[in-house]
Design a binder for this molecule. Structure first.
Ligand SMILES: NC(=O)c1ccc[n+]([C@@H]2O[C@H](COP(=O)([O-])OP(=O)(O)OC[C@H]3O[C@@H](n4cnc5c(N)ncnc54)[C@H](OP(=O)(O)O)[C@@H]3O)[C@@H](O)[C@H]2O)c1
Length: 282
């Protein structure tokens, strides 16, 4: 699906390989030159419950936003809310981010609209149906594509753009589910394990170029993704999660467990010997 930006798209085509894509030409100010200037933030998957809560905080402090989501109605609601809360500027594009060939054009246009890039926040993701995915690869494949392949495509372009400019933060929502495969969600979990490894490797590559790369590992959070899960009423509050994330992104923390207790829970889970772990119903 071709992205449908709200302003003029750039001229390059979406079929040119990412490595050959021209990078955006217009940056209205050099990164870091105006420390109190509004941050220029690109949100990919902006109608995600977690992203929406972050957008509310970024808008309230007057940041400039470029919001990308596949559902036009939901995106319009998030955009109107961000404008009401005080965002300096909000531009949008409707795009199904599974369409990787369209990423270079979409990203170049977003960054031109923002006049540069301080933060890219990747929030797209699907839980999928584990049972269906066990029976049929056709159900597993879209989970792997949306959670792993599409973010890898976005991050490859964004990493090259930011590394060339020696500035920017790439913050990516992975999951604690990627830390150890479990029978109840190992297809989703493996997509997030792949994403975590990719993001960690990317940090190892471009941190030295001055780009902060942040791996975010939420435990269960109350959003649309988890509303039908058992015990969801006890999951973490999305506003609290967003407040932690906005601070961690500003700080450039490498790996963020949210809520923080999940760092300890997952350390314990990783220590369980496989001969015991394989018998557990997790
Ligand atoms: N909630 C949790 O407990 C939890 C825990 C760990 C990690 N995470 C991760 O956090 C991220 C945000 O999740 P959430 O909890 O905020 O759930 P959510 O509200 O269901 O958000 C997921 C978002 O991804 C978007 N999306 C999915 N496929 C897309 C595509 N092909 N193109 C564009 N957008 C697409 C969805 O768009 P639509 O609105 O159009 O469906 C939705 O806005 C996800 O990566 C998720 O895996 C969540």
């Amino acid at each position: 699906m071709t992205p449908q930006p709200t302003s003029q798209p750039p001229s390059q085509t979406s079929t040119t390989p990412i490595s050959e894509q021209p990078l955006p030409l217009r940056t209205s100010r050099e990164p870091g030159s105006e420390p109190n200037a509004p941050k220029r933030i690109l949100v990919l998957g902006a109608t995600s419950g977690i992203a929406e809560a972050c957008v509310r905080l970024w808008a309230a402090r007057g940041d400039s936003l470029y919001l990308v989501a596949r559902n036009a109605d939901k995106l319009a609601a998030v955009t109107a809310d961000a404008r009401t809360r005080g965002a300096s500027r909000v531009d949008t594009a409707v795009a199904n981010l599974d369409a990787t060939a369209a990423h270079p054009e979409l990203l170049a246009h977003a960054i031109n609209s923002l006049g540069g890039l301080d933060i890219a926040f990747l929030a797209l993701g699907v839980l999928g149906d584990q049972g269906e995915a066990e029976r049929n690869f056709a159900a597993a494949n879209p989970i792997l594509h949306t959670n792993f392949t599409a973010p890898v495509s976005l991050l490859t372009w964004l990493a090259n753009y930011t590394a060339q400019r020696h500035s920017g933060t790439l913050a990516v929502l992975s999951s604690v589910a990627g830390e150890r495969g479990r029978k109840s969600n190992y297809v989703y979990g493996s997509s997030k394990a792949g994403l975590t490894a990719f993001v960690d490797g990317l940090r190892n590559r471009i941190d030295r170029d001055g780009v902060r790369v942040i791996t975010i590992k939420p435990g269960p959070v109350k959003t649309a993704m988890t509303e039908n899960m058992k015990g969801s009423a006890k999951f973490a509050d999305v506003e609290v999660v967003a407040s932690t994330l906005v601070k961690a992104i500003d700080k450039g923390t490498d790996v963020v467990y949210v809520p923080g207790i999940w760092r300890i829970i997952m350390a314990v889970i990783r220590l369980i010997p496989e001969r015991i772990f394989k018998k557990l119903n997790l």
